[in-house]
Structures are given as C-alpha cells and as structure tokens.
Design a protein around this ligand. Sequence first.
Ligand SMILES: [Zn+2]
Length: 478
Amino acid sequence: MTDPKNPVELAQALIRCKSITPEEGGALTLLRDVLKEAGFETFIETFSEPGTPDVANLYARIGTTGPVLLLAGHTDVVPPGDVAAWSVPPFAGEVKGDSLYGRGAVDMKGGLAAMISAAVRYLSEGGGTTKGSIAFLVTGDEEGPSVNGTPKILKWALARGETFDHCLLAEPSSVERVGDEIKIGRRGSVSGILTVHGTQGHVAYPKQADNPIRRLLPLLNALGQPLDYGTANFERTNLEITSVDTGNETVNIIPSKVTARFNVRYSDAHTLDSLKTLIAERLERAAGDTRYDLEFLPGASSSFVAEPGPFVDMVVSVIREETGARPKLSTGGGTSDARYIKDACPVVEFGLRNATMHQVDERVSLSDLETATRIYQRLLARYFGAQIKLEPADLMAAVSGAVVEPPVQEPAQLESLQADFPEPPANAISVESDLEALLEAELNLTGTEAQEEAASDSKTADVEEPAGDLVNTPEQRR
Ligand SMILES: [Zn+2]
C-alpha cells in the first residue's frame, strides 16, 4: 500500500499507471482513493464530445467554508517515444541513483504526488481537517486536445456551485533549482497563414510570369518587425515564421502562389483582436499591389497574468522560506491549463524542474520531490492560517489581474514608436510621453518610406531583451 505522505511512493505508483492521453490508466482512481482516505469528497467525471476521445477527470474537496484553495494538475502524459532509448522502462517507476525515472516524473505526476502528499501531511497535522477548503482538480487531458479535460470539469464544478479563491497548478515551472521560477501568467498564442498570389510561368520567361516569392519577401519583413518591447510582466511579443512553401519541386517553373505560416506568442500589450489588426495593417501597408490572403487559425488563446498581490506574495515567501531564494516571476513558455482556470480564479504555477519533461529518461531527483512537497505543505499552512489577511479588496485586485485589459495602442503608434525610439524602454511601452514625436513621425511616413522604416526597424530586433528577471514591484507596473 502506497504511503500517501511519501511523494516518492505516490509518484512511483502514478508512473506505473500508463495514462498516455486520453487513457486514464488507473491514475485518477488511484488519486481518488488516496484523497477519499484523507477525508475528501471525490468525483470522477467523464466527458465526451464528437470527434474527441472521452476523458476522465477527478474533482475532490475537503471543507465546506471559504477560502477555497484549488490545487490543480493532470495525470495524462505524452507517449514515451523510443522506449529502447530509455535507460529504464518508462512506466516502471524505478528509482536509479538519487532520481525517480519515468514518463510523467516531472510533467506532472511528480508534482501532483508532491501536492497530494503535502495535503495529506497538512491535514493529518490538523487532525484531518482544515480551515477553509482544499479542492483538487485533476484532468486526464492536458497533453491532448484539452477539450474534455480542465475546461469541462471546471465548468462542471462551477455548475455545482463550487467557487475558488486561488489556484496553484503543479506544472513544472522550475528551471535550475526547485522553486527558482514560478509562472504568474502565460503569453497569448495565435497562428496564421499568409498566402501570396502570383502568376505561374517558365523561369526563362519571367516577364510572362509573376513570382509570388518575390512579392512575399516584403510581407515577411513586415511580419518580422517588433510587435512590442515587453511589458512589466511579459517578455516582448515574438512572431516566428514557421514555414514558407510553394509545393513546387521543380527548378524551371515559377509557382503561382506561396504560403507562409507563422505563430505569435504575445504579451499583454495586445488583445487577440488588436494583435490581429496590427498584423493585418502592417501587411496591408507592405503589400502594395500584391494579392494576398491572411487567415488566422482557430484555437488562439489570450495572454493573462495574476497581478502581484497577496497570493503571489504568499507563494513567493513560502518558496523563499523553504529554499532560501526568491523565485523569479515568469510568464514565459508555452500554454497550460492555467488558461482555463484563470477564468475562475487567479492561478499561479509552481512545480518541479522542467529540464527532462517530454524527454527520454524523464526523471526527478528524490530531494526535489521532498522540497516541492514541503513548499506545498507550507503554502497550505500559510494560506489557511493567513486567511483573514486576504481582504476582499485584495482578492478583487488579484482576481481583476486575470482579466486585466491591456492598454490598446493603435498599430501605427507602435510602428512610429519603433521608428523614433530604436532603443526600447526597459519595461513597458511609454505612450503619452512620445505623443509629439509620434505625430511627427506619422506625418513623415508615406508609402515607400514605410519600407525604409521597416528596414531600419529590423535593427531594433537585435537590441537586448528587457531584463529577463520579471520580478515585479507595484511601482514597475503602469
Ligand atoms: Zn504538464
């Protein structure tokens, strides 16, 4: 029988459940049994939707009063890849040296095990009860389409009348040391396809053809211009062109069209709509008489951030107490299920070191598991001990951080700012102080000059990143 207070044993048991998305693999029932034993009310809910696999999810809660701290995670894992390349079988849960190996060791069965061990330890110290409530929301569909997972179990819980004050998600946020980095938000993501049309013809008779690749180049250059210089909580927005394709395998035909694909990871300087508008306007300006189509793909997500406040401070201070170092507040990396949870309450992500996630020989050091468990346990104690300090007003400030509207800037303003201020400000974009220069720049900008401007802009792409350390003080926000 697994000792639920021991995160190594619990993580081993979880790794032995072969829960490759969307398979439940016994992982959720194992956690349900552990939580039930610890006094939680538990539910396993399976959701369906045409075109996607059915997925099981676990919801559990102990306590009937507020505040409610939601602990969230996923038991599904990505496939092991080349099993022969592993030094131990990926689903054996073997300890080798000072590390536990297996698919999901850090992403995120290890983190989940640490969270559950922390809750069991915390509850047993309090005689099996807590002030307020602890809830667990664990999905089996984070690595897959994420359709029948967190969004649906969250909706299900809210429909039952559950409310959540704050959430801690156990995604592997740490880099060099456990607790050196936590995520307080995530960038938005949107993908697009740009198709440029020309006229097919023989390469030896270019006047009778119109090469779309030549026409694409200024448009790619326009896409490559900086979209912002980062904000208080976010690195600068990044657009990556991921393919340029004609489907033409010959060397003697000028193709009739060319397609470029791109993805943008964006800061809170933009909303999804303002970003789309900015990109569309830049392309329009660069296109001249070029015929092109721009399509944004479905599945885009918005950026979000849990503003620095009492909850973020609490996570920071328990990590500092346990590790001796203050974590960096980050919004980098890819997306996670925090993008759904943020609509219910502010969410912070803290988990194990992410170096081996999704890799062959994914592993976690045993001491990391214990450190993470102690941090989670300390947070539970602090959270429920300190509940009176979380004033409603502070809570509101923290909550509003999740849906804060970024300042909307006209696309033309952004471009003009870049033209006139090649050295980006250290942090947020300054708008009002630059109004005069901006107006002046607008007057001077005309058709062909816009391309020269674009060329000179590209220099700004090489300037140093704003301080990677996104640790914030309220004064830094504006
Ligand atoms: Zn994960």
